[in-house]
Design a protein around this ligand. Structure first.
Ligand SMILES: Cc1cc2nc3c(=O)[nH]c(=O)nc-3n(C[C@H](O)[C@H](O)[C@H](O)COP(=O)(O)OP(=O)(O)OC[C@H]3O[C@@H](n4cnc5c(N)ncnc54)[C@H](O)[C@@H]3O)c2cc1C
Length: 295
């Protein structure tokens, strides 16, 4: 298979995932491909399927923790699928478009609705799959439809109500489908207030989150009736450290890489937090971050 894939200059072999993850940790994937358009994405998927290679599809890798032994299989990253089209109050964005770029395009066209999610560091595909959200707005509030590749690599269309959105879940959760692009609806607004709100959300994020260190954002989902960060803080775990990994002093819901952390260090902290919080509060913390790779 290597000889067949060698002709694609966007394919790398034995590539450290730490080059791509927002945690800056994670061992090598057998193959990492960054296709530049939907056609080359489909071509590479066809080859990988012929060879029964397990495939993992990621966007900006801001919600994944790759184990230190890496990934046996192929990783496809959507970062170069970057098209964006504004039509009236609708914007269609390819899966690899960053949420920041989507929000900037909305702002340029005087469209309001993306301000609260503009600081989520992921891609459109990752945000739709995760139903990402912040400051009271979730992807489901602005989404109209998505196009995706199914298991037979057919292009399918999914309307909003078919996305089965839940809290950080969607139709795409735990499926091997590939979101190609999504269309969002906005309303016309005042450019200066859109800008003001985006800056205000960015300020809030910077003041409450340890953005100066690598992380995956909130490690745990919000448990019913609680806030994960508050439970972790009340359990006295702020600052808890394993080698280069630490429960953030600024926001206890974040585990940060202070320098030289391994994924094992982060996983050790995750297990410790879960057991301490369960023993103290009888609350089972559920992971928001997705743990991937060879154990
Ligand atoms: C500092 C920081 C702050 C954060 N703040 C927030 C926040 O406020 N709100 C929030 O919800 N999240 C937040 N996150 C988490 C993360 O940014 C979101 O979950 C984001 O939506 C993930 O997008 P991604 O492109 O990085 O996806 P990835 O991490 O690459 O992937 C996440 C999941 O999406 C799937 N996926 C990605 N692309 C596609 C596609 N094209 N087709 C099908 N499936 C796909 C993957 O298979 C995986 O299951 C934060 C993270 C960090 C580091």
């Amino acid at each position: 298979m290597k000889t067949i894939l060698d002709k694609y200059d966007f394919v790398k072999f034995n590539e450290p995932m730490s080059n791509y993850t927002s945690y800056k940790t994670g061992g090598p994937a057998d193959i990492v491909a960054l296709p530049e358009n939907a056609e080359s994405l489909k071509a590479i998927l066809t080859i990988l399927r012929e060879y029964n290679m397990p495939v993992y599809l990621f966007g900006n890798c801001t919600n994944i923790l790759v184990r230190d032994k890496g990934i046996r299989g192929a990783v496809i990253l959507t970062g170069r699928l970057n098209d964006i089209e504004v039509e009236g109050n609708f914007i269609t964005a390819s899966a690899g478009v960053s949420m920041a770029k989507l929000a900037a395009a909305a702002y340029e066209a005087s469209l309001t609705g993306a301000e609260a999610v503009s600081g989520i560091p992921g891609s459109v595909g990752g945000a739709v799959s995760m139903n990402a959200g912040s400051y009271g707005t979730s992807i489901e509030d602005i989404l109209v439809s998505s196009q995706y590749l199914d298991e037979n690599l057919n292009i399918c269309t999914l309307q909003k109500e078919q996305h089965q959105f839940g809290y950080r879940t969607s139709f795409f959760t735990d499926k091997n489908y590939v979101i190609l692009n999504s269309t969002f609806a906005f309303t016309h607004g005042d450019k200066s207030s859109i800008k003001r709100d985006m800056l205000e959300y960015a300020r809030k994020r910077k003041s409450s989150q340890p953005l100066e260190y690598p992380s995956c954002g909130s490690v745990f989902k919000r448990p019913a009736g609680h806030f994960a960060g508050k439970l972790i803080q009340d359990a006295g775990l702020k600052g808890y450290t394993v080698n280069g990994a630490q429960v953030s002093e600024k926001h206890a819901g974040f585990i940060i890489n202070k320098g030289g952390a391994t994924s094992k260090d982060i996983l050790t902290i995750i297990d410790y937090i879960k057991s301490v919080v369960y023993n103290k509060y009888k609350v089972n913390l559920e992971l928001e971050v997705k743990i991937i790779g060879e154990e």
